[in-house]
Write a protein that binds this ligand. Structure first.
Ligand code: HEC
Ligand code: HEC
Length: 447
């Protein structure tokens, strides 16, 4: 009301032909009209509620998620990397798995171990309905039919992509399984590590033998899956999925309230940032749909950091390591952006510590990549940066066409875009510590 009133006064002054009069400020209502119009074409709709999950499965999944017994050496749980104190990521550029000590950004690589090739993505909203997960989307599909590395025979009939995904970390030697000959934290042989390539089912069964030796898990499996006499790993995976969907879905951001037609949910600066995002800064040409990403791929010229993966290691070609097309080289899944404020550092390689740095990267990608400063990386990964001119040239050679020309954003516009990105945070995602139980059935430490 007050703003409208001032506007009328402003116009009145103008009509009085006083040349010294300041022209009226653009008004918030017209900003909303513009923003709502520019949103319209990008399929950005409010996200509906998550279907209710079976409480007994959620309880089992919660215990499993935080229990280190799932790892060969009994030293890593899902929650070690997907840390409740770091928005279900770990605050690191590259994840550290079994053998490492400490938590979060202070975690230290174990003797003789290697960094995993990529950063830990946050699990906030990962159960929301994506058809593909992982930075390179190497697991895809929905409702029972999933495509993944053919060497791993996933069980058929899994209900959702998270249940499929939950089969994989326990197989990964760097993340959870460990190497042949490893001893666990008690000095006992690591029986999960002894299985070879292609013996996925044996690993899953061996994890189940561990779990079913604990009475509390036996009871939890029979409550979660009544009538099953011999619980299977795919049920553990379904429970992990149920827990993640129930506990990690956070879609109550100011932006979501704005989509629900609350004009006051975003500040004027966030609205200006939104106009850039869906307009001249071209972000929405990739970050679109209900999740502002997650459905397509692009090479955005992210700096290469880490041991790499596939035949081109130490480089990480992303989708280009799985498929041979020229445009897939260095392409990664377009990151969904809700709650992104909470999950620094950014990009698959954790190359940038702040949202300002990411937006500055987009402002002139060829310049940003060729002048990338590795001192913004944590000291332990700094020497893992691959900034040789040939690597930079190789990444830029297949850079997405939309990013070849500088955007020409002013510092104020960079700030507006960052403010918009901060408007994607659900306030309840800021503190997730209560999701971690005080103890887990194995008795292993939770944190
Ligand atoms: C050593 C750290 C580590 C552990 C332990 C770990 N993860 Fe992850 N997780 C990662 C990394 C790194 C990725 C990304 C890998 C990639 O994209 O190549 C990932 C990806 C995921 C994804 C896909 C998310 C997305 O948006 O693409 C899910 C879901 C997930 N993990 C769940 C789990 C579950 C469930 C467990 C336990 C069974 C677990 N993780 C254990 C580090 C870890
Ligand atoms: C050509 C497609 C494309 C455009 C245009 C684009 N992005 Fe991205 N964005 C991606 C991809 C792909 C990734 C993941 C890249 C990676 O990890 O290597 C990403 C990642 C991000 C991330 C980091 C997310 C995370 O979890 O690490 C942010 C923030 C982001 N984009 C914001 C923006 C903004 C703001 C704009 C507009 C200025 C923009 N993007 C334009 C494709 C795009």
């Amino acid at each position: 009301m007050r703003i409208r009133f001032l506007l009328v006064l402003g116009l009145g002054g103008g009509l009085g032909c006083d040349a010294t009069n300041v022209p009226p400020e653009p008004t918030p209502p017209s900003l909303d009209t513009q923003l709502r119009a520019s949103l319209g074409g990008w399929g950005v709709v409010p996200i509906g509620p998550m279907p209710a999950q079976n409480p007994a499965q959620v309880a089992l999944g919660r215990a499993l998620f935080f229990d280190r017994i799932l790892s060969g050496n009994r030293d890593v749980s899902c929650g070690t990397c997907h840390d409740v104190a770091a928005a279900l990521a770990d605050g690191r550029s590259l994840a550290l798995g079994t053998g490492a000590t400490g938590s979060g950004a202070g975690r230290v690589l174990g003797q003789g171990r290697q960094f995993t090739p990529r950063g830990t993505p946050s699990l906030l909203n990962s159960g929301i309905g994506f058809d593909q997960v992982f930075w390179d989307a190497r697991l895809s599909g929905r409702g029972g039919a999933f495509t993944h590395d053919p060497a791993v025979a996933l069980p058929v009939g899994l209900p959702n992509i998270l249940a499929a995904q939950a089969h994989l970390p326990v197989l990964d030697r760097r993340e959870m399984r460990g190497n042949p000959g490893d001893l666990d934290v008690f000095g006992h042989p690591n029986e999960l590590a002894g299985f070879g390539q292609g013996q996925s089912a044996e690993v899953w069964n061996a994890v189940m033998s561990r779990l079913l030796a604990i009475q509390e898990y036996v009871a939890m499996f029979s409550a979660a899956f009544p009538g099953t006499s011999a619980p299977r790993f795919d049920q553990a995976a379904r429970a992990l999925a149920a827990f993640q969907m129930e506990a990690f879905t956070r879609t109550g951001s100011p932006f979501d309230r704005y989509l629900d037609r609350d004009d006051n949910a975003l500040t004027a600066q966030q609205k200006r940032g939104g106009l850039l995002f869906f307009g001249t800064a071209r972000c929405a040409t990739c970050h679109n749909g209900p999740f502002l990403g997650g459905t397509s791929f692009a090479n955005v010229g992210a700096p290469q950091v880490g041991p790499g993966t596939g035949a081109q290691a130490p480089l990480d070609l992303g989708l280009g390591a799985l498929q041979t097309g020229e445009f897939q080289r260095f392409a990664f899944r377009v990151a969904p952006l809700r709650n992104v404020e909470l999950t620094a550092p950014y990009f698959h390689s954790g190359a940038y510590p702040t949202l300002e740095a990411v937006v500055t990267h987009y402002n002139d990608v060829p310049l940003a990549l060729s002048t990338y400063d590795p001192s913004q990386l944590a000291p332990d990964v700094r020497n893992q940066y691959h900034g040789e001119p040939a690597t930079v040239a190789a990444v830029l050679a297949t850079l997405d066409g939309r990013l070849r020309q500088p955007l020409g954003l002013t510092p104020a516009q960079v700030g507006d875009l960052v403010a918009f990105l901060r408007g994607l945070t659900d306030p309840t995602a800021r503190n997730l510590r209560s999701l971690a139980p005080a103890q887990v059935p194995s008795g292993l430490p939770v944190r």
